[in-house]
Design a binder for this molecule. Structure first.
Ligand SMILES: NC(=O)c1ccc[n+]([C@@H]2O[C@H](COP(=O)([O-])OP(=O)(O)OC[C@H]3O[C@@H](n4cnc5c(N)ncnc54)[C@H](OP(=O)(O)O)[C@@H]3O)[C@@H](O)[C@H]2O)c1
Length: 333
């Protein structure tokens, strides 16, 4: 099989490190791997690779560049990578709502991958929700979604993981609580209904992303959808409570069958036996776990469920590598 030279931008970050691991685990055909980050990380090691400064890197050396360096890196270096001939899969929000840029979850809308050399990876919370919604939508026609998220601190990156750890340790040792730096308030033993900035309509940036991206991925520009996003003191994996309405009734039995056959989904739905997904079940693996299925008695054709996935893996790194695999399969790399 043809082997590719690959760059990972943001390789020292939470998502970038996961990308290197996922490329290895899934045996993606990598020839040379270039781990890139800011000049301050150049020369350090990550997952066995010596980090190079993105500023000096010649993207003409790679066929594929996976970006997880944040919005500034994506705005500045993704166009440079494209101009050098590399295909970019970008994890930031920079290009997601650009009508010319496909926004892809391979289990849901691989047909959106056209000839674009720039592909956007959706927001982590959106990815796991659409993996679960898509098979139900295909069968019964999605009309409305109300979602509430419970998002882990790794969704904010490496500094947030350190912040929760330091606060939890200080509490355990009876020491003064370290000052919150990454989050606006203490995150340990707390919940923050505040992910990204508040907008003039009262929603946060994260909530807006979930609403807009879901419509784009599912080709449902008029979908009624509302989101509340909450940061919780969990290290890895996001959880979501989803209330969905469809064009026709969907029984729990039918939903269980559809979800158990859906790619990327693992059904964990036997509440009487204590079987339902939690973040500890989902962390460090690639599946989207779904449980707590029940018919919503408050609306016509409503179904409620609970969905959990590892935000660094299916919510970011794994989805990006799956996009690269799809591009390879379609002969676009
Ligand atoms: N965390 C998630 O669950 C998740 C999910 C989906 C998408 N994303 C997106 O993925 C991206 C990375 O998130 P993260 O959680 O991995 O953050 P992180 O842990 O804070 O890591 C940030 C990475 O970006 C690098 N970086 C920062 N500014 C840069 C620049 N101007 N040029 C090149 N590299 C730069 C950092 O390098 P240094 O170490 O040298 O500073 C580091 O490698 C963000 O766009 C985020 O929105 C994250």
């Amino acid at each position: 099989m043809k082997k590719l030279n690959v760059a990972v931008v943001g390789a020292t970050g939470a998502v970038g490190k996961a990308m290197i691991r996922v490329l290895q685990e899934r045996h993606f055909p990598v020839d040379e791997l270039h781990a890139l980050a800011t000049p301050r990380s150049a020369g350090t090691k990550v997952e066995g690779y010596t980090v190079q400064s993105v500023e000096e890197f010649d993207f003409g050396r790679v066929t594929l560049a996976l970006f997880a360096g944040g919005e500034v890196a994506s705005s500045v270096y993704a166009p440079r990578a494209n101009e050098s001939g590399a295909t970019v899969v970008d994890n930031s929000a920079t290009y997601r709502m650009d009508p010319g840029v496909p926004l892809v979850v391979p289990e849901v809308n691989p047909h959106h991958l056209g000839s674009s050399k720039l592909v956007a990876n959706p927001n982590c919370s959106t990815i796991q929700m659409v993996v679960a919604l898509a098979p139900l939508h295909r069968a019964a026609g999605l009309k409305r979604v109300i979602v509430t998220t419970f998002q882990s601190v790794s969704g904010t990156g490496k500094d947030a993981i350190d912040e929760l750890q330091a606060q939890a340790e200080a509490y355990g040792q009876g020491e003064p609580m370290p000052e919150a730096r990454v989050y606006p308030r203490q995150i340990a033993f707390n919940l923050l209904p505040h992910i990204a900035s508040f907008q003039s309509d009262g929603f946060t940036g994260e909530e807006r992303k979930m609403m807009d991206e879901t419509r784009k991925i599912l080709d449902l520009p008029d979908l009624a959808i509302t989101a509340t996003c909450v940061r919780v003191p969990v290290f890895y994996a996001h959880s979501e409570s989803v209330a969905a309405e469809f064009a026709r009734p969907v029984s729990v039995e039918e939903a269980r069958k559809l979800l158990s056959e859906a790619p990327g989904v693992v059904l964990m739905d036997d509440p009487g036996q204590g079987v339902y997904p939690t973040p500890l079940d989902a962390q460090h693996q690639d599946q989207t776990l779904v449980g707590r299925l029940r018919v919503d008695p408050s609306v016509a054709n409503g179904l409620n469920f609970w969905v959990v996935a590892d935000n660094l893996r299916k919510g970011a790194a794994t989805n990006a590598v799956q996009i690269a695999e799809a591009l390879l399969e379609q002969g676009k790399l």
